[in-house]
Design a protein around this ligand. Sequence first.
Ligand code: RTP
Ligand code: MG
Length: 153
Amino acid sequence: MNNDVTFTMIKPGAVNHEFIGPILTMINDAGFKIIAMRFTKLTIEEAEAFYSMHRDKHFFGELVKFITSAPVVAMILQKENAVADYRRLIGDTDPSKAAPGTIRALYAEDIEHNAVHGSDTDENARRECDFFFSMRERYADYPVIHTIKRRSV
Ligand code: RTP
Ligand code: MG
């Protein structure tokens, strides 16, 4: 697997509001390939470990409470320049500051309930991918044995 991957979660708020489909469409339309995916609910221990870099921040308690409140969709996304391009697609942490058309501008509630997670560096992307997925669960390379174009209705 090359370095051009990032890790994302569709967070509980977006899952609860049935925004999984529209967010996946935005991810695909922006040229990302989904190479791993799991629908899962984090335990408190898993959430505290995943977000351990934020342990001393004022929002840590709410962050852990929110991210464990319902299932998430965890994914590894592959694309050239994946980390930076995905951060651009999701927009600012605070949806009121996120650029129009970004995932957070469209689907986030507020800064603490902001629809999706996106890795911020290649190093963190690798750590976060490894936190969720074994190598066996990553499907970066497989033959395309037929082609189909998306049809409009
Ligand atoms: P993420 O890690 O989820 O992709 O978000 P991010 O990089 O844009 O923001 P980060 O600073 O890493 O914060 C992680 C998550 O903590 C919550 N947060 N709340 N109340 C606040 O000021 C605040 N700041 C951050 C958000 O859920 C944010 O996504
Ligand atoms: Mg972050």
